[in-house]
Design a protein around this ligand. Structure first.
Ligand SMILES: *Cc1c(COP(=O)(O)O)cnc(C)c1O
Length: 294
């Protein structure tokens, strides 16, 4: 493994004070992937890892990937590439905004070359002809799909359960926010037979693909990157109670869902829940300053 890869020494499991949980006889721990690295926080590094190794092995000149103007994946890809000395190219969904947000500015300062693509074209980004045009334009590139959602991404995400110092095998349930689904697929492949992996989609119209693990719908708060005062109140209270910051696009919604399910006695007594803090806190920088206390 490259010496420049981040080490996992900051990752830990925080048990939540059970006196402050909405149900009895349930234990909840948070796997703090958000502490991995200030710019590579959370699940995104895991999904990038084997993609970047493959690009290095194949002697590619640059990494090219896709995402929206607030994409945690774009921010992480730019930073990881800079760290490893790889050139990076970001294809961003939609017209260039008049004022760049934090994610784009950060990616730019990490030397990512950014190209904006109108939505209709962006939606066809996986077509063979578009991929061919990218290769023609940018040369010897390694393409990582949006969100790092490919087999190498899933392989990396499987390592989430063995990255920290603690043995996670005794948790009965593993709860994770779902965007593309690569992270939860990796978790499901690494979990043992006694563990139930639960995915909480943050997109509204998550297609109901047959899934080997339960998909818990109903906690998307109106859809991707939508929010509500109730969500922000919950996130502030969670921070006050447990001193753990959540992001409003993914982990805030998932943890809200977990707490709601606990209060509705969804989990049998004696359950031992592991909640994956998949990071993404940089996304909160797009909110007005006075909304979150942290
Ligand atoms: C991207 C992201 C997810 C979703 O991961 P997928 O593998 O796309 O399902 C979850 N949490 C956070 C914080 C993210 O940034």
């Amino acid at each position: 493994m490259s010496a420049k890869f981040p080490d996992y020494s900051n990752i830990r499991t925080d048990y939540l004070d059970s006196g402050l949980l909405p149900g009895k006889d349930i234990r909840v721990a948070v796997l703090r992937l958000d502490l991995l690295h200030p710019q590579l926080s959370g699940n995104k590094w895991f999904k990038l890892k084997y993609n970047l190794l493959a690009a290095q092995e194949e002697n590619k000149d640059a990494i090219l990937s896709f995402g929206g103007a607030y994409s945690n994946h774009i921010a992480a890809t730019a930073h990881a590439c800079k760290m490893l000395g790889l050139k990076s190219i970001g294809i961003i969904r939609g017209e260039e905004p008049p004022k760049w947000g934090h994610t784009l500015l950060q990616a730019k300062s990490d030397e990512m070359e950014l190209h904006f693509l109108p939505r209709e074209q962006y939606d066809k980004k996986e077509s063979q002809s578009f991929i061919a045009s990218l290769r023609e334009r940018f040369g010897n590139i390694f393409i990582i799909p949006e969100g790092g959602n490919n087999a190498l991404g899933i392989k990396g995400a499987a390592e989430i359960l063995s990255c920290g110092p603690s043995d996670l095998s005794s948790f009965t349930h593993i709860c994770c926010a779902v965007g593309t689904g690569a992270t939860v697929a990796g978790l499901a492949s690494a979990a043992n037979d006694n563990q139930s992996v639960m995915g909480f989609p943050v997109l509204k119209n998550e297609p109901c693909r047959p899934s080997p693990f339960p998909i818990i719908t109903g906690y998307h708060f109106g859809g991707y990157a939508k929010s509500s005062p109730a969500l922000f109140r919950f996130m502030n209270k969670f921070y006050e109670d447990f001193n753990i910051p959540l992001d409003f696009v993914y982990t805030g919604k998932m943890v809200y869902g977990v707490m709601d399910l606990i209060s509705k006695n969804y989990f049998p007594a004696g359950s031992n829940l592991l909640v994956i803090h998949s990071g993404g806190l940089q996304g909160n920088l797009s909110l007005p300053r006075d909304i979150l206390f942290f």
